[in-house]
Ligand binder design. Sequence first.
Ligand code: XIL
Length: 378
Amino acid sequence: MNKFTSILVISSVALSFTYCSSGSKISKSSSNAAKGLKDYYKDYFLMGVAITPRNLKGEDSALIVNNFNSVTAENAMKMGPIHPKENEYFWKDADAIADFAKNQGLKMRGHTLCWHSQAPAWMFKDEKGDTVSKEVLLQRLKEHITTVVNRYKDRVYGWDVVNEVIDDRDSVFYRPSIWYKICGEDFIMKAFEYAHAADPKAILFYNDYNTENPKKREKIYQMVKKMKEKGIPIHAVGLQGHWSINNPPREELEKSINMFASLGLPVQVTELDVSVYGGRQGGQLSQGQRRDTTTVFTPEMEEPQREKYKMIFDVFRQHRDKVTGITFWNLYDRYTWLDGRGRKNFPLLFDINRQPKKAYWDVVNFTPEKAPANKQVL
Ligand code: XIL
């Protein structure tokens, strides 16, 4: 399909949707409905996207429903936003996304129950302002996890239980976060136990970035292996997938998928984006790196990004017996969490006008395998 016809198809799809202001199902006429990402990949894995309440109406919601069969809340279920005070939860945004998912028949991943970032300050302090004991912190963690997991039991099929506890430095194993300083590694193990007790059916993930870095991957592998040996209810590994035009190399990505799968765990890519800039995690600036204020998506950005997308989806398809889901971190290039670092980024498959980019067609144009491999059904 050339660029012109693809634009026509997409526009006609947008027109065929009827928008509803409330929670009713967004319908599309079957006669001229174009295939979306989820349809091309229906025999492979779930296709997901991280969203905010802003995305739940109008053309954004149509783009979601046409292309994805799974959603994640970009921020709304994190500890700080959802549990701002000890005796106060803020459910509105998370409920809106979870209800949307249910009404539209989409699966939902829960993100995230325990993380050093976006955690509320009250969690770690007593009424005098002193740091709480390990017992108090674990009790608070239990209360938090039990309450949140219980509330979304009927809508969330799996949780990123613990996020980013492995350190990036080769010589340090665990990140010295406040959680770790107060509890040692016990908070990691306990978080999984609390989540499992609250919803025994939920698939429980450990989730991290830079999982293709050999040293960090080895540490994650060792931690997960130990958890499995101790009987901790961990069921899957999430590779965040904040990648860029020059990372990760194919061999390292394959090694990561194979290594975690060798522990008997399925793998998901939970936060995929491909930054158009080189550099660290998702193309964030490293110290001393020059700021680039380019605001146009140029062919110099597009070509290497297409290559990277082609490669990673080829790897995902090859490993479809181990990979159960791919989730993009944001919907289209108008807004990405990678903006606001002194430069605009364009890391997704839909452009700033919600149109599929060339990389989209690269990702969906593949020869389907005859017999999809068996794997754990979600
Ligand atoms: C990001 C959100 O996209 C931003 O809106 C927020 O300001 C910071 O967090 N790893 C994760 C995600 O697990 O929760 C992060 O999301 C991106 C990195």
